[in-house]
Write a new protein. Structure first.
Ligand code: GLA
Length: 368
């Protein structure tokens, strides 16, 4: 008896006690891929528990930061692929569907990209040349190793107009088409995606659909739309999310829920920038520094349960659901848009243990 208890305890320490339990990627295998954004520590194993969770639970990965322009080409023509290489190797070692993120975006892109040698604005020709060189270098390095690319990220404003970025200002509206054309030439075997947030808002969604249709009408390949899921306990509503999935599915595009996390903290986006920058003075913006109350944990569990029921009902349209991170402790939401908050958005807690929301998500698939 004593020996048996010791054996079980040893298995638990080694993390083996869980090894016979079904995992997220297993219970969802007939419906859609389960992915996560991973940082360097997860990919390299420096964060060993999170590394193991990713291997056990996920069959797709997206790089949290290491493939963004500022990381792979911080200075003109100077490429640094060390971390991106490690990320891709991690995905290959574990047979995961690898998503490259992201080629063209207005954020985390160095200023020099949009400037000429004298720090004036780059010309259209110069910026197009840079766009193509960057896409060639990055996608070309991983040709046939990366299965899909977020070609363009967040190009639409909340009202549905094109976002006023240097890409738009300097190149003009066809920068979108150019980005997809360059990506197709450089990575002919990869799927090509448009990725954005708040597409549950009808006016923003109309803008995205307009741009996607333009690409389709021009015969430019686009395979899927990534619907970022940086959501909250109560909003957007399930109806809003459902309408979004259905509208994009009607275009005959694959739909992905990307960047899923559920913040349980007060919504500072609805407040002024002043408030956002004054977290130390506003304890009410960080109500749960010492732990998540049971009532909020229950709401989070129910939210995840309802979302995955909805995703399962639409599994024929949904190809992948990707969480933005592995566990609460390393979520970007602890630092953004205000520094130093304590959020609880994911399925694994700060101790890397499964939360009740994890069990709910597993059960929803088992009962489907
Ligand atoms: C956006 C980007 C991601 C990431 C998240 C938050 O949604 O697409 O790359 O930066 O914000 O971390």
């Amino acid at each position: 008896m004593k020996k048996c208890i010791l054996f079980v305890a040893a298995l638990a320490v080694l993390g083996c006690a869980d090894s016979d339990k079904p995992t997220l990627k297993q219970v969802y295998q007939d419906y859609f891929k389960i992915g996560a954004a991973v940082n360097y520590s997860v990919a390299s194993g420096k964060d060993p528990d999170a590394h193991l969770i990713a291997i056990r639970e996920m069959n797709s990965i997206t790089p949290e930061n290491c493939m963004k322009w500022e990381h792979v080409q911080p200075n003109p023509g100077e490429f640094t692929f060390e971390r991106a290489d490690r990320f891709v190797k991690f995905g290959e070692e574990h047979n995961m569907f690898i998503v490259g993120h992201t080629l063209i975006w207005h954020s985390q892109t160095p200023e020099w990209v949009f400037q000429d040698d004298n720090e004036g604005a780059a010309t259209r020709d110069l910026l197009l040349k840079r766009m193509q060189e960057h896409i060639n270098a990055v996608t070309g390095r991983y040709a046939e190793r990366i299965q899909a690319w977020d070609v363009l990220n967040e190009a639409i404003e909340e009202d549905g107009s094109l976002r006023q970025t240097p890409w738009l200002r300097i190149i003009g509206e066809d920068y979108i088409q150019k980005a997809f054309e360059f990506a197709k030439q450089a990575a002919p075997y990869a799927e090509l995606y448009y990725n954005d947030y708040n597409l549950w808002k009808p006016e923003k969604r109309r803008g995205a659909i307009r741009e996607i249709k333009k690409l389709m009408d021009a015969g430019v390949r686009i395979d899927a739309v990534g619907l970022q899921g940086h959501w909250r306990l109560g909003d957007p509503t399930l109806e809003q999310i459902q309408a979004m999935i259905e509208d994009f599915a009607k275009l005959d595009l694959k739909v992905m829920i990307t960047e899923l996390d559920i913040s349980v903290l007060p919504n500072v986006w609805a407040m002024s920038a002043d408030v956002r920058n004054s977290i130390e003075k506003r304890d009410d913006l960080n109500p749960f520094p010492g732990g998540i109350p049971d009532s909020v944990q229950t709401q989070l569990t129910e939210r995840y349960q309802a979302l995955f029921r909805l995703f399962l009902d639409h599994h024929q349209s949904i190809d992948r659901v990707t969480f933005w991170g592995i566990y609460d402790g390393t979520s970007w939401l602890n630092h953004y848009p205000v520094r130093g908050r304590t959020d609880y958005p994911l399925l694994f807690n700060r101790e890397l243990q499964k939360k009740p929301a994890y069990d709910a998500v597993i059960q929803v698939a088992q009962q489907h």
